[in-house]
Write a protein that binds this ligand. Structure first.
Ligand SMILES: Cc1ncc(COP(=O)(O)O)c(C=O)c1O
Length: 412
């Protein structure tokens, strides 16, 4: 069986009961399904034309074992820091299949990217471009760049994951695009080879991405007029997943629509999906420590907190909560809270569950923006990650020890 599934009242990942994995590795723990990651990746890969590229958004889940698997499947990568680039290299990725987004790339990060000859530095401001020119001249190295445009398109998702509005810090407006294009003209060390945009995350409506494509095509004309040789359009990531009842767009139809639009233009396509590849392939497993039944609310107090899974506190996001061992009797409504001393440490509200002390529960669809957003707040230790293929489980990140967590502060 592939991915998360229920058999005889028990929750499994692939062919392994989650209770067994929790016995071996303890809780809290993130568990991933290798087959589900591969299937999600293939939904994109199978639809691409030759020369098009998926650059998996490393920020969604940057575990190097997951990056290694994706690199082996032929994925490129979208990174937003020098360290994400280093992770990709450690995972065996070809830097020539890496694009680098982000508004605040430091000189050191740009030097690394230029020296590694990555596929594209996605320029997010004119100041950044000036720095890229100066570093590539000093290093005497040709640098391939794309310009990330800001198409001012609202996506209707949470305001923290909107990135293509004119009020957001990402991408450049038309005036800046023109300035960069002119400045890049005939420069010895700079090649503008692409155009990029990423309008946000958890998008359900593919037509919004098609709208951003229109802006890319207009920008493409402008750059061609200035004599640039553009090889690809990068439409970013953003396809949503079903957390509750959302109906996300389908990679295949999106790619086919885009391909039709760019077919005659001799352009390749790049996509930067993150959430839609790893999101539904992961779950956070936690144990009920205490029950606290009050006149106002019933709390299930668990051993995972907002430091392990930040999305509910940060975005008010909803994750399905499943019992690891299901019983047929009726449950109670619970507010599921963690150990962190913050009132925001609520992982789920008003969930009907039949649970008691010591039981295990799973927060579903937490394979993206889950473990990567965790912190050591309240001196809590970062939790392990385990990947399952069929009936075998492999640990891909160890549970942090107290000694490891304090090492940077000791013996100074
Ligand atoms: C530039 C860029 N590309 C791709 C992504 C991935 O988005 P998603 O995980 O929604 O596919 C992000 C996420 O915010 C991003 O900032």
């Amino acid at each position: 069986m592939e991915g998360f599934n229920e058999k005889e009242g028990q929750l499994y990942v692939d062919d392994l009961p989650i209770a067994e994995i929790a016995d071996t590795y303890g809780t809290p723990a993130y568990i991933y399904s290798g087959s589900r990651i591969q299937k999600n990746f293939n939904k994109y890969a199978d639809a691409l034309r030759e020369g098009d590229l998926i650059c998996y958004a490393v920020k969604a889940n940057s575990n190097i074992h997951i990056l290694k698997r994706l690199a082996q499947l032929g994925s490129g990568f979208d990174v937003v820091s020098g360290n994400e680039l280093k992770r990709c290299i450690e995972a065996g990725a070809d830097p020539k299949r890496v694009v680098f987004s982000g508004v605040a790339k430091s000189s050191e990060e740009l030097e690394l990217a230029i020296n590694e000859e990555i596929l594209s530095i996605n320029i997010e401001s004119e100041d950044e471009f000036d720095r890229i020119i100066s570093i590539s001249e000093t290093l005497n190295k040709e640098t391939k760049c794309s310009i990330r445009i800001n198409p001012d398109i609202p996506t209707g998702s949470h305001k923290y994951i909107e990135t293509g509005l004119k009020t957001s810090k990402f991408g450049v407006d038309t005036e800046t695009l023109k300035n960069i294009s002119l400045k890049a003209k005939n420069r010895e060390f700079i090649k503008i080879t692409g155009l990029a945009s990423h309008i946000g995350s958890q998008i359900s409506d593919n037509s919004l991405i098609m709208k951003s494509l229109e802006h890319l095509l207009t920008a493409h004309k402008l750059l061609l007029n200035d004599g640039h040789d553009i090889n690809f359009l990068d439409v970013g990531g953003g396809l949503g997943i079903t957390y509750k009842d959302e109906i996300p767009g389908d990679p295949k139809s999106l790619i086919s629509e885009i391909s039709k639009e760019i077919e005659s233009l001799n352009l390749h396509l790049i996509l930067e999906p993150g959430r839609s590849i790893t999101g539904a392939a992961g779950a956070l497993i936690a144990k009920v420590e205490y029950m606290k039944l009050t006149d106002y609310k019933n709390f299930a107090i668990i051993n995972a907190g907002m430091n392990d899974l930040m999305r509910p506190a940060l975005y008010d996001s909803w994750h399905e909560v499943k019992e690891i061992r299901k019983s047929d009797s009726d449950g109670r409504l619970y507010e599921i809270v963690g150990p962190v001393c913050e009132s925001a440490d609520v992982l789920a509200k008003e969930r009907e569950l039949n649970i008691s002390q010591g039981d295990l529960i799973a927060f579903m669809d937490t394979g993206a923006y889950g473990s990567v957003m965790s912190s050591n707040y309240n001196s809590r230790l970062s939790v392990p990650e385990i990947i399952v293929d069929g009936s075998s489980a492999k640990i891909i990140k160890k549970r942090q020890s107290f000694e490891e967590s304090i090492a940077l502060e000791k013996n100074l």
